[in-house]
Ligand binder design. Sequence first.
Ligand code: HEC
Ligand code: HEC
Ligand code: HEC
Ligand code: HEC
Length: 172
Amino acid sequence: MAKRLFMLLVLTCFLAAMVTLAVAQEKKAEEPKHEYVGDDKCKMCHKKDGVHPSWLETKHAKAWESLKPEDQKKEECVGCHSTGTTAKGELLTGVQCEVCHGPGSDYKKMSIMKDREQAIANGLLIPDEKTCLQCHNEKVPEEFRAKEKFDYERMKATGIHVLATKEAEEKK
Ligand code: HEC
Ligand code: HEC
Ligand code: HEC
Ligand code: HEC
């Protein structure tokens, strides 16, 4: 008898777990998916502040061109040298804004962008060192990998874009 009761208990627990899992999965599917829009969309507003033009000068902007044509077809190279795919299925090449700041379809509107909290709620990411280490790691093929350990502050200062608004604010 006790054994049967125990089996029933186990079965009940199992079913409860399955239901919880199914609900959790459904929730995940309901979450709005932010789409990649491409750096041209950010340029509209981030040209005057110098961010887009200075990003264009970085190696990130040219990361696709530095792959040989045959390597642009290799899955093991494309990931770190590109940004993602738009809703229309177009591959955004190079390490663009949205690699570090998140897909922009839902935060790029002026009314949302000008309000930092709203922008973050709509997918804007404020990057940190962990963002960089997604690609600047030991999976970079050895022949191309930097010899020095990744130094966030130094790499941020030379490799991203001007930090115009912050510098201006500090001068105020
Ligand atoms: C319609 C204009 C507009 C567009 C388009 C736009 N932005 Fe912005 N963005 C702003 C404004 C205004 C601010 C707030 C003032 C500032 O920091 O320049 C801002 C701020 C930001 C910030 C700073 C957030 C913070 O407080 O640290 C980031 C990062 C950013 N935008 C990234 C992007 C990216 C990436 C795109 C393209 C996907 C984009 N923006 C498109 C207008 C825009
Ligand atoms: C999607 C992958 C990816 C992410 C994320 C990424 N990078 Fe890069 N980074 C690259 C690639 C690829 C290159 C080499 C591009 C080339 O030379 O063609 C590169 C090159 C650089 C360079 C130039 C290195 C040199 O030898 O001159 C700097 C600096 C840099 N990244 C800084 C950063 C920082 C700081 C972050 C985080 C805020 C970051 N990266 C995030 C992929 C990435
Ligand atoms: C894990 C992310 C990652 C993968 C995967 C990756 N790369 Fe890179 N690649 C980078 C980073 C980051 C750099 C910049 C070097 C550094 O800072 O370590 C880079 C640099 C390069 C460079 C040097 C460009 C220059 O400016 O000199 C070439 C060429 C390159 N990678 C080709 C490739 C090829 C070919 C593959 C596939 C076999 C590949 N990469 C796979 C992240 C990656
Ligand atoms: C390799 C990663 C990377 C890429 C690519 C990148 N950013 Fe940033 N961005 C950062 C980091 C890191 C910060 C500073 C975050 C902090 O500490 O507040 C930043 C800050 C900003 C800010 C705030 C500026 C300020 O003065 O505080 C804006 C606006 C911005 N990015 C827009 C863009 C746009 C637009 C693009 C594309 C043209 C872009 N970013 C590409 C990493 C990146």
